[in-house]
Design a protein around this ligand. Structure first.
Ligand code: DGL
Length: 265
């Protein structure tokens, strides 16, 4: 039976739009509701307890506003800290971005070494290493926090000398060149053109957002096209302006609503 409920997607702010974009491309007939917690971004430097609280606020607020059949946690840091809490507390299936991203590596035996690039919080949680281990990955894993890449992308500086220099600043810290790189933060896929200039041509790039869209499972709708509704916790105008950097077009004003996610009940 068709299921015309929406797919919910939330992130700390704008970065999750890279995941939303992959979902919209793969599932054009599904309605989606995106929540960006723009009032409390960034999550990447916050404690696990705070991120869990924020993630639960966001998920519950989204579920109060829209009838959802699946929730995608389009934020690596929120997935790293809050996925078990979300899966325990919510009545719908919840999909994070880390398992799918790690699976793209563990599923390819030719990959013998991988670098995980992510926020300080995601790296500190060891979530990618643990997941790769659980999936039976036996290769080398190098983990590196690249915190300055988030504000860089939000300034729209995704190419050019500043982006290239900040790409080198972090990638030069890898102990050796990995065969594959997991872009373990929602903002990092936006820097891919620059990162490719700094790393060898044969590097395999893994975008956790794309991997998540590829693995998402649910009962499809029977609509001819889906609708997009966006909720933000602050500054809808800034969100609208920056959405074009991530999506290639600005989300129309009428589709963006300010939401109060309140406190966790
Ligand atoms: N969305 C976050 C992530 O993927 C990056 C931005 C932030 O620090 O909140 O980890």
């Amino acid at each position: 039976m068709a299921d015309n409920r929406s797919i919910g997607v939330f992130d700390s702010g704008l970065g999750g739009l890279t995941v939303l974009s992959a979902l919209l491309k793969k599932f054009p007939n599904e309605s989606m509701a995106y929540l960006g917690d723009t009032a409390r971004v960034p999550y990447g430097t916050k404690s696990p307890e705070t991120v869990i609280k924020y993630a639960l606020n966001n998920a519950k607020a989204l579920m109060r506003s829209v009838d959802l059949k699946l929730l995608v946690v389009a934020c690596n840091t929120a997935t790293a800290h809050a996925l078990p809490a979300l899966q325990k507390e919510l009545s719908i299936p919840v999909l994070g971005v880390i398992k799918p991203g790690a699976f793209e590596v563990s599923n390819r035996p030719e990959i013998k070494s991988v670098a995980v690039l992510a926020t300080t919080g995601t790296i500190g949680s060891n979530a990618y290493e643990k997941t790769l281990n659980n999936q039976g990955y036996k290769g080398e894993v190098f983990s590196l926090a690249c915190p300055l890449w988030v504000p860089l992308v939000e300034e729209g500086l995704i190419e050019g000398p500043i982006a290239e220099s900040l790409a080198r600043h972090y990638l030069d810290q890898l102990p050796k060149l990995p065969q594959a790189v997991i872009l373990g933060c929602t903002h990092y896929p936006m820097l891919l053109t620059t990162l490719k200039k700094v790393m060898p041509a044969e590097t395999i790039w893994i975008d956790s957002g794309h991997a998540t869209a590829a693995l998402a499972q649910f009962e499809p709708s029977n609509r001819d096209s889906g609708e997009l509704k966006v909720y933000v916790t602050d500054a809808p105008e800034r969100f609208r302006a920056l959405s074009s950097v991530f999506l290639g077009y600005s989300v129309p004003e009428r589709q963006i609503e300010l939401i109060d996610v309140g406190v966790s009940e």
